[in-house]
Design a protein around this ligand. Structure first.
Ligand code: MSP
Length: 526
């Protein structure tokens, strides 16, 4: 059973310097599946996504496009909304960091941090001067020891981003005073805070290595949230960006209903490149502001395209709209979460995509549905068959179907490795495979001539198994599973997970079946 009635999940907010690509779709897709799963599981869900619109990187991109930053961000932010629609995301809110509510929240968190003391009794924020390296691409400060020098003589961050030397007056957050507090939080306060374990270990060793104070304001450009009572200073874009998770619930208003209901976040899903911001800076900022840190941050890996790093300069960006047009939305959603263990890097290839589509979707699941429903339409009166007494083999597969949702829940929400989307889908396919064997073994086409009552029982077992599969797969492939549930005549009000307990009613008329997943034919196969 869920440990809480409410569930707050967030995607990162996306920089609007760029057009959305498959990496962006992937992060939010993972959130969408969890949000849908939790809703069907009876939890009250808040799912947030949005765009990150301040900072030097966006200011530069606007200048390059010859536009004022606000006009530029209005335009590009819309591309991310369009992506969310195209991907069928079910977010409850879409935040933009240029909104008034967010400016208020950022200034509120700043003031709260400034008003409190560190665990060592010092001021959390002090004025100083930043002399050091900065990578605009990552919007991150780096220590000299983290950098490498390339053959071109340029210094680079571990991400490959070029760094520049910055000297400017800046406010600092006394992160160094939070080191022990953070270690205590990771080790004892909330051991499930960071997933997967590899990332947790990296963060632990980074923090054990010692933390330096963090520059949290900039004075050399203007595109940001003004620091309260500090003319010329705008907030460091990561303090601004991270605060979005609180803004969307009405922070800093102490009476905000959403904040009281949903804070702290159950899960921030992020890419592996932004772990440090979410697991070191963010809990420290929150604790300093007197707010509770999130329950969990999970970092997924990166996609490459046919073995190559995805980048604009290589011209190999995978454009989600093109993918959807080519393979269909639900196959794309399925592929992204099935192909690669969540947390690891993965490669997108046309071959792998078509393999999954034709084998898992068209062959295994599509064919199971088609052969069972097609057979019933033709030979069993086009209605839910009347079962007789169940044989042991029937009970066995029915029990497996009834346990499916619980197995999937454990893989999606049970620490320490959750969410494990690929294993959840494997668990569903183990049942699909079993059901296909069951059809072969029970051979309803033979029973039709020899034992019509047994045929009816066998078909009933199969539609019940299909119902469980379709219900549990809804979060992954909402449109296709709605279609399958329509074909099983499952009413809209009986599609939540509590309805798994019900059964199909014999004699209910079934509509004419049609294929859910057409096979993908390459030009060469046509
Ligand atoms: N704006 C920050 C996040 C602020 S959250 C408070 C940011 N934006 S981003 O647009 O650059 O990246 C957003 C997410 O997309 C990151 O989680 C990143 O890991 C993910 N991806 C970008 N390219 C990716 C791949 N090639 N593969 C998988 N995900 C990748 O960072």
């Amino acid at each position: 059973m869920p440990d809480r009635a409410r569930y707050y999940i967030t995607s990162p907010i996306y920089y609007v310097n760029d057009a959305p690509h498959i990496g962006h779709a992937y992060t939010t897709l993972a959130c969408d599946v969890l949000a849908r799963f939790m809703r069907l599981d009876g939890r009250e869900v808040r799912f947030l996504t949005g765009t990150d619109e301040h900072g030097q990187k966006v200011e530069k991109a606007a200048a390059l496009a010859g536009m004022a930053p606000k006009d530029f961000t209005d335009k590009v932010s819309q591309n991310f909304r369009d992506l969310a629609t195209a991907m069928n995301f079910s977010h409850d809110d879409f935040i933009r960091t240029t909104e008034e509510r967010h400016i208020r929240a950022c200034q509120g968190i700043w003031q709260a941090i400034a008003a409190n003391k560190t665990p060592k009794g010092n001021a959390n924020i002090y004025l100083g001067q930043y002399d050091g390296w900065y990578a605009v691409r990552d919007e991150a400060f780096y220590d000299e020891k983290e950098l490498t020098t390339g053959p071109d003589g340029k210094k680079r961050a571990p991400s490959g981003a070029e760094v520049e030397w910055v000297v400017e007056p800046s406010y600092f957050f006394r992160l160094s005073d939070w080191q022990e507090w953070l270690l205590e939080y990771y080790e004892r306060g909330n051991p499930d805070f960071i997933g997967p374990t590899t990332r947790r270990n990296e963060v632990l060793s980074f923090v054990r290595g010692g933390l330096t104070d963090l520059s949290i304001s900039r004075t050399s450009f203007k595109w940001g949230v003004p620091v309260p009572d500090a003319p010329g200073h705008v907030m460091y874009v990561w303090l601004d960006a991270l605060t979005n998770y609180a803004t969307a619930l009405g922070y800093p208003d102490p009476n905000a209903a959403l904040f009281r209901r949903f804070w702290p976040a159950d899960l921030h899903v992020v890419g592996k490149d932004i772990v440090r911001f979410h697991t070191v800076y963010w809990p420290a900022f929150l604790a300093a502001a007197g707010a509770e840190p999130p329950r969990r941050v999970f970092a997924h890996g990166w996609w490459t395209n046919e073995g190559q790093k995805i980048s604009k300069s290589l011209g190999n960006v995978i454009e989600p709209h093109a993918l959807i047009a080519r393979y269909g939305l639900d196959p794309v959603r399925y592929f992204l979460l099935r192909e690669v263990p969540f947390g690891q890097d993965g490669d997108f290839s046309h071959r792998a995509m078509v393999g999954r589509l034709n084998s898992d979707l068209a062959n295994d699941l599509g064919n199971l549905a088609q052969r069972v429903l097609g057979f019933i339409a033709k030979n069993a009166g086009a209605e839910v068959p009347q079962p007789g007494a169940f044989a042991a083999v029937d009970e066995e597969i029915l029990a497996e179907a009834r346990g499916l949702c619980g197995r999937v829940r454990a893989l999606l929400a049970g620490a320490p490795n959750a969410p494990e989307f690929h294993r959840a889908l494997e668990a569903v396919w183990a049942l699909v495979t079993k059901a296909n064997f069951f059809v072969d073994k029970q051979a309803p086409w033979t029973l039709r001539k020899t034992d019509a009552a047994r045929m009816s029982t066998v078909l009933y077992v199969l539609v019940e198994v299909l119902r469980h599969v379709a219900l549990v797969l809804q979060p992954f492939m909402p449109d296709s599973m709605a279609k399958l549930l329509d074909q099983l005549a499952v009413p809209a009000a009986a599609r939540d997970f509590a309805s798994l307990e019900r059964r199909l009613v014999a004699g209910t008329a079934l509509p004419a079946p049609s294929g859910i997943f057409p096979r993908f034919l390459d030009d060469a196969d046509r």
